[in-house]
Ligand binder design. Structure first.
Ligand SMILES: [Mg+2]
Length: 128
């Protein structure tokens, strides 16, 4: 079994239904297991409940945004060093810095490009 055939358990935290579907379908087509949270608060709860390999995190979401969700996950007693990749429409440098400052490992701007995600995940040791 090569690393690219490994199946990961992924948490996608994203409020936009279309983006949820696009990300989920691409990951599922590559044999990964995906849970979707509709906002940061749901994402934090799912992280507490289940064990994921990495998290894809939108920034702008109702209830709890991606920055606060990431901070909460980093404070968690469980799997708090899980890789978190921001996926956001924000492209400004200060948004990127804020992502990293809140504890995210990497940053990917929307529109979503699966090859870019593959490259970023490879730098974190995941070959999807
Ligand atoms: Mg959003």
């Amino acid at each position: 079994m090569t690393s690219s055939e490994k199946s990961y358990k992924v948490l996608v935290v994203e409020d936009n239904k279309l983006n949820q579907m696009i990300i989920m379908n691409k990951l599922k087509n590559n044999n990964h297991l995906v849970d979707v949270a509709n906002n940061g608060e749901e994402g934090v709860k799912l992280h507490e409940k289940n064990k994921y390999d990495f998290i894809l995190m939108d920034i702008m979401m109702p209830v709890m945004d991606g920055y606060d969700a990431t901070k909460n996950i980093r404070k968690s007693k469980k799997n708090n060093n899980i890789p978190i990749i921001a996926i956001t429409a924000n492209v400004l440098d200060h948004d990127k810095n804020r992502c990293l400052a809140s504890g995210m490992n990497a940053y990917l701007s929307k529109p979503f490009d699966f090859n870019e995600l593959k490259e970023i995940l490879a730098t974190l040791g995941f070959f999807i």
